[in-house]
Design a protein around this ligand. Structure first.
Ligand SMILES: Cc1ncc(COP(=O)(O)O)c(C=O)c1O
Length: 409
């Protein structure tokens, strides 16, 4: 069948080695790695020269549009290791009434497990399978845990997941239902990360925290690859990304660099807007202070659980990408986030998650402050289906055995 084509064929990955994102130290491919010796994320590198000689943009365009059309630019070598649940290319949905004439939402809620975490986790779990890892632990604000549980269960990898105790109930239950052992912890995601780190140090499991293993970012990179193809190998003027760990923003920035090295896009880059909530905005503070690393944000709180990340191991990579792009880090408050969700649902028929709402709220702010213009082509990321989140009550009911006042309906 058409959608299986990209997975059915044998295909060479041009993955050559890994590199420390801080020091440039090199690491061998096809071995188990966590962070670099300097304690920083490792980035996957490819032989882009050979890749460019082997395939062209036209070859990519001739393939079905799912995530696996990019296999040469991804690390999994053997197709039998790919633990797919059907990772489609996500559509760009115009929101002309709540956003504007040139505002598109990349709707990641349509991916397996209902969020963009599927991109990173399908890649990381496939690589774990390839490398023979049998037990994984991860801290999560919800969606990443759900995606890990799904892919790991599918290939028989044991999974232990820790989430803050006020993680949305549906996330905790979907994680459990999908076969992981899930624990609520009375702390935030970095407190959960400390438990995972300690267990990993004791040799109990492999640490799957975002950016602490090298392959989730390669999955998230496909958001940038897709955008390039969807925009006919040009790119939008600005991207608004809800930033917790920032893996997607860093991944897209990496994708654009690789595509330019291949000669598939030019040097023009979108302005990258890292969007956070005013109740948890460490990257915004570091951006405004002009520093390379962010301090931990104390008393983090926001309705947008996915971006309640007090400390990001890739902070300097997020900040570099935002600065190089000429973008900004912006914080928006919970009222603006919830209003944006409500407006898009009522005016454009698209039900976004709060993190997606944050990107619209930030776009509105950027527009009012002149950071973007109405003629700019804008992409907002809606990272999860809005169906996973609490919604306002709808309490009205009708007794069909009594006379109905049709005028009041
Ligand atoms: C819906 C949603 N949006 C945004 C994020 C933040 O993603 P990242 O860690 O890539 O910054 C998350 C992460 O949990 C999420 O679940």
């Amino acid at each position: 069948m058409d959608h299986d084509v990209n997975l059915a064929r044998d295909c060479r990955s041009f993955f050559t080695h890994l590199e420390c994102s801080l020091t440039g130290e090199l690491y061998e491919a096809d071995q188990i790695h966590g962070l670099s010796n300097a304690g920083r994320p490792l980035l996957v590198r490819y032989d882009l020269k050979a890749l460019g000689a082997a395939i062209s943009r036209a070859d990519i365009e001739a393939r079905p549009t799912d995530m696996w059309r990019w296999r040469e630019l991804l690390p999994v070598r053997n197709r039998n290791d790919i633990v797919s649940l059907g990772e489609i290319e996500t559509p760009l949905i115009p929101i002309p009434r709540s956003g504007g004439a040139r505002v598109l939402v990349k709707d990641e809620g349509r991916l397996p497990t209902g969020s963009f975490k599927a991109r990173g986790l399908v890649m990381a779990v496939s690589m774990a399978k390839a490398l023979g890892i049998s037990r994984i632990a991860m801290p999560t604000n919800g969606n990443a845990g759900a995606a890990l549980a799904a892919y790991a269960s599918r290939c028989g990898i044991e999974t232990i997941i820790f989430c803050p105790d006020d993680t949305p109930e549906i996330n905790v239950r979907e994680i459990a239902l999908q076969g992981a052992r899930v624990w609520r912890v009375n702390g935030l995601i970095d407190d959960c990360g400390a438990i995972v780190g300690e267990g990993a140090k004791q040799g109990r499991w492999f640490d799957f925290s975002t950016l602490k293993e090298p392959y989730r970012i390669e999955g998230k990179k496909t958001m940038g690859l897709e955008l390039a193809a969807q925009f006919s190998w040009k790119l939008p003027d600005a991207i608004f990304y809800p930033t917790g760990g920032g893996t997607g923003l860093i991944g897209m920035w990496k994708a654009f660099a690789e595509l330019e090295a291949l000669g598939w896009i030019g040097s023009k880059r979108p302005r990258m807007f890292a969007v956070q909530a005013t109740g948890c905005a460490p990257i915004v503070k570091a951006f405004d202070d002009g520093v390379e690393h962010a301090d931990r944000w104390e008393d983090a709180h926001t309705v947008a659980a996915g971006i309640r990340v007090p400390r990001a191991v890739g902070d300097f990579l997020i900040l570099r990408a935002v600065r190089e792009s000429g973008g900004r880090a912006l914080a928006v408050d919970d009222d603006a986030i919830l209003k944006a969700v409500d407006d898009t649902a009522k005016q454009d028929g698209l039900l976004m998650c709060p993190e997606g709402g944050a990107t619209l709220a930030a776009y509105r702010r950027a527009l009012s402050e002149g950071l973007v213009g109405e003629r700019d082509e804008i992409v907002l990321f809606n990272c999860s289906t809005g169906l996973k989140y609490p919604m306002p009550e709808a309490p009205q009911s009708l007794d069909r055995t009594k006379p109905i006042d049709f005028d009041a309906l």
